[in-house]
Design a protein around this ligand. Sequence first.
Ligand code: ZN
Length: 523
Amino acid sequence: MAGRLAEQKKKGTVGEHFEKLREMAGRVFDLASASDLLSWDMQTYMPPGGADGRAFAMATLASLAHELFVRDDFGETLEAAESEVKDLDPDSDEAGIVARLRRDFDKTRRVPSDWVAVSLRTVGLAFNAWVAARQASDFAAFQPHMEKVLGVKRSYVSFFEPYDSPYDPLLDDYEPGLKLARVREIFGELREVQIPLVQAISERSDAVDDSFLRLPYDEQAQWDFGLDVIRDLGYDFERGRQDKAPHPFSTALNRGDVRITNRVSPNHFGSALFGSMHEAGHAIYSQGIAPALDRIPSLSGSTLEGAHDASLGVQESQSRMLENLVGRSRAFWTAYYPRLQAVFPEQLGDVEVDTFYRAINKVARSLIRVEADEATYNLHLLLRFEIEADLIEGNLAVADLPEAWNSKMEEYLGITPPDDRRGVLQDIHWSIGLFGYFPTYTIGNIISVQLWQKLNAELPDLEAQISRGNFTELVGWLHENVHRHGGKYEPMDLLKRITGEELNAKPYLEYLTGKYSEIYGLS
Ligand code: ZN
């Protein structure tokens, strides 16, 4: 038996059932990947008139993928493949594929297809209502839709009983294995440190001047500079491209085609560059997944996707690492500032590198999450997490949402939104049924620093390498430890494998406090 397995391994096959499973999963993947491409096009080049037809096409592909995935013969093949891989090393790619498909299959089978159809219709209408309500800053117009979306989510949760909290199954869709109780503890630790930190910074807000970042900066030059940087970081343009879109995002159609989008602000240097670096972090992850894991779909929320990663939090750890730990560091700008000055001599010729470093790290208490800096970002998420957990657990009525939002903004950030457009209506997530999604941004921040500590322990020369513009060992380490495994391991298992630790907010808080105390001269 061992001989046969070794023989099959050499040929790259485990057994006929495993091969059949791969092929069946591959067909699901192809549909999901095609739908992802339609979604990318919808957000980049599609003329506005295409919206209705596109929505039908995407819904058809999504439901076909779902149907193929939950078929009885898929389950039978999965079971047969499980017995073929049971003697393999559990860390092997084959065992990982089967385990991941089992998890996603069991979850998907619990969800009746009627629910999927109702859910798609409900969020479709809610999304349209949200777009109009946000524009008009009219929460009351969105409220009945929000109530319906919440109802749909509650019935979804009921498919996964028993649970400690009804929020747990929602969180599990994006961060498998994590529970509400743990996230509450983590956010509690963050709250204790970050609220006073931001408060202390705001009392010294004139310590950092970033006015020179708000001069006119040529759009094409900004775009090209960002492309040079992410090429240096290791984003492979033979297997990717960057296009313009209103919001930066990354789409992995397959390992050979991982696209990113970005936008440029002509009067603000930084948002385009850091947008590119952030999305490149996501894309380099997807480009680095082992070929053995090709054409395996994965479940995110209740949707099958082409992307095959460990979780949203692990994804975000990669993007935040390149954007913040690399891109907003002194070491990085030691290498890149002279080049940037050469591109923008009028704006930056007389600005010292340290002045520039402080400016790109300026902290400001602002209303909008997507514009928030590193120090305030988690507070925006803390508020959203607390509100959505209360909604799902039945401790907050939808009608009371704007008030809850505004009072938490006041409490955590010391500012009150002048209207709902810049308050409770600003994010798309709830309108399209994404509950349990927001905490993953913060989980990503935390994981990024846990990985960074490990990286620096194993590559003591890392900072010096970065200050020479050399990212080979950094990205090589991430490929080997994170990227290549794709969605083979559950996120908390992957973290433990790499760092030997559970999810832990302390390294992140130490990093944040150390960095900003130095910049703002806090004692
Ligand atoms: Zn991201």
